[in-house]
Design a protein around this ligand. Structure first.
Ligand code: G6P
Length: 612
């Protein structure tokens, strides 16, 4: 939620910040703004809407500065408006701040400040934090750095903040807790951002700032300290990311590019891990802890959104193959209830961004209770990856489209490999079945490619149903979570109301919605539930619902019941979800486009939810 960028060095700051904000727009796009400091003067510009609108509003302005900060917002406190946009300026006009996160105790602080005579120009928690810092600085007659430290000890919530001070023309003060911050190290210059995408074209050397750390950043100096004012040696990491990963590469949208990348991202995920000749799966994170994992009393999977759907698939697969009880939890629920977590439990956290606030806090809680944390994460070096005891990266590459696609199939591939690796070690799978599933998994990229070649047909179906008011997605067994994912994708990027349901459960409510206007998408590939789901199709057909079915090539019965059919290559039922989700991604993409939605940045959403 919210993207932040900062620069200090010899170059023009504005173009660097603007480009960075465009790359971070996936984190929020309700409004944006920049603060530029030159000749001892702060100029702040902000605008409701996307970054392009800010850019347009600044044409012709003198934006010369060698230091500046910029922000793209996902609104929490206060509606999206120019007034509530960041950067915010302190009461004296001397300080400017950008913030990603939420200050939870802003209300009493605001009251305290109002009683001291402060007034506020916005509804944000951020402006409260800034004036709180300024007030501390004035009262204690201390440096800004010291004031920030004192303030941060008194606030609760999450933050990544960057601050500029008119009287310190080369310095950016930054701090984080719960929201990400990366600092790029150049020659006589520093770049700050929520992720590495705004930095990559200038330097590959970065420092990931940790929670409760404060950075004092000047062109030739980076000082890291903890909140106790002790210096910390910055740990420099080399970025393993290329520019091509953050460009559209000829596609109209990042989402489409990411859908089409899946044959190679799934391959990247399997590479070096799955070996058919030797009949092995090598995953260091599992291998190093195999005794603990295979003897787990229970596995709990914690995730949000699409990653939660991957967790649901994993529940079915792990219970089937490893015979270990699995529970799948929404991180936001897990963190606030009083879950029973014991020492022998293994927690699998699934996250594309590795920064989702609810997942992160849920893990911290489970870790305190002695659970072993295994992270299935896409973003290398992210917070969840770092707090996990062990993990496996999905290697899907940078995902920019707000609706997750390639990260999801990467998660499924990793989770499938994990289940197989544990099962063979535990002896809960036969050698033959294991080998058969290895081969099936290795074939996935080719099958995904075959579905992508059928995109024109899927587009025609999308155009046929684009004006529907509601959609129902039904699946059973391993495909039930895919029905949920199909419905989520459609909602996210076409704004059509959609529900995902277990096909049989549909009789307990959603069937009341069925009439000749309701498209019902069946994910009905050939598996052990096939006959049952065909009966469910009959039930919908009898009530005149429009059936769109995702079925296995060679199925002759389902087409007779369907209005529209999407054939996909045959696959083992445990592997099928990685394949059957592909047509649903394309269906939502084409529906969203047909409805004129900005599919990479659908309204109200953000890719990385760093607020709870
Ligand atoms: C947001 C994104 C989803 C994502 C979810 C969880 O809602 O829009 O695409 O599935 O967060 O994010 P994570 O990064 O933890 O997988």
């Amino acid at each position: 939620m919210c993207g932040i960028v900062g620069y200090t060095g010899p170059r023009e700051a504005y173009p660097i910040i603007l480009k960075g904000l465009k790359r971070l727009e996936y984190r929020g796009y309700d409004s944006s703004g920049v603060a530029l400091l030159h000749d001892g003067k702060l100029d702040v510009y902000k605008k409701k809407g996307k970054v392009a609108e800010l850019e347009e509003s600044l044409t012709g302005k003198n934006l010369h500065a060698n230091i500046g900060i910029g922000h793209t917002r996902w609104a929490t406190h206060g509606e999206p408006s120019d007034r509530n946009s960041h950067p915010h300026t302190s009461a004296s006009g001397r300080l400017s701040i950008i913030h990603n996160g939420i200050i939870e105790n802003y209300a009493p602080l605001k009251k305290e400040l109002i009683s001291k005579g402060y007034s506020f120009t916005s509804d944000t928690d951020t402006e409260v934090l800034l004036n709180f810092i300024e007030d501390i600085q004035i009262n204690n007659d201390c440096s800004l750095e010291e004031a920030v430290r004192i303030a941060l000890k008194r606030i609760t919530g999450a933050y990544c903040i960057l601050l500029l001070d008119e009287q310190d023309p080369e310095t950016i003060i930054a701090a984080r807790k719960g929201s990400p911050l990366v600092i790029g190290i150049g020659k006589g210059e520093h770049f700050l951002a929520s992720d590495a995408s705004p930095i990559i074209e200038y330097t590959k050397e970065v420092v990931y700032v940790n929670d409760y750390e404060l950075a004092i950043v000047r062109p030739n100096e980076l000082i890291l300290k903890n909140l106790g004012n002790e210096k910390i040696t910055p740990f420099i990491t080399k970025l393993d990311m290329e520019m091509a990963a953050i460009e559209k590469g000829g596609y109209d949208h990042f989402m489409l590019k990411e859908i089409y990348e899946q044959p190679s991202t799934i391959q990247d995920c399997l590479r070096g891990r799955l070996n058919i000749e030797s009949g092995t799966i090598t995953m260091a994170g599992i291998d190093d802890h195999i005794e603990q994992i295979k003897n787990a009393d229970r596995i709990m999977i914690v995730a949000c959104g699409t990653s939660w759907h991957a967790g649901l698939v994993a529940e079915y697969i792990i219970e089937e193959l490893c015979r270990i009880p699995v529970e799948v939890e929404y991180a936001s629920e897990f963190r606030y209830r009083n879950p029973i977590v014991n020492k022998g439990d293994v927690i699998i956290a699934i996250s594309q961004s590795g920064e989702t606030a609810d997942t992160l806090v849920a893990l911290e809680k489970a870790k305190e209770n002695g659970a072993f944390i295994f992270g299935v994460v896409n973003a290398v070096g992210s917070s969840i990856a770092r707090i996990s005891h062990a993990g496996a990266y999905t290697h899907a590459g940078h995902e920019i489209g707000v609706a997750s696609t390639k990260a999801f199939t990467g998660q499924l591939a990793v989770l499938m490999m994990m289940a197989l690796r544990i099962a063979i070690q535990k002896g809960t799978i036969t050698k033959e079945r294991y080998q058969q599933l290895l081969v099936e998994l290795a074939d996935v990229p080719e099958k995904v490619d075959a579905i992508l070649k059928n995109a024109a047909h899927i587009k025609s179906i999308a155009l046929k149903y684009k004006d529907a008011r509601d959609f129902l997605f039904l699946g059973r067994g391993y495909n039930f979570p895919i029905a949920l994912e199909g419905a989520l994708k459609l909602k996210e990027i076409s704004y059509i109301h959609a529900e995902g349901y277990p096909a049989a459960e549909m009789k307990h409510g959603p069937i009341a919605l069925v009439d000749e206007n309701l498209p019902v998408v069946f994910i009905a590939t050939k598996d052990s539930y096939h006959e049952k789901i065909v009966s469910n199709m009959q039930e919908i057909k009898a009530r005149k619902g429009k059936i769109i079915s995702i079925i296995t090539e060679g199925d002759e019965i389902s087409p007779t019941l369907s209005d529209d059919v999407i054939f996909i290559p045959p696959a083992d039922e445990l592997i099928a979800p990685i394949i059957s989700v592909i047509p649903l991604q394309l269906l939502s993409y084409f529906t969203g486009i047909a409805k004129g939605v900005d599919v990479d940045k659908p309204r109200n959403l953000a890719k990385s939810v760093t607020v709870e």
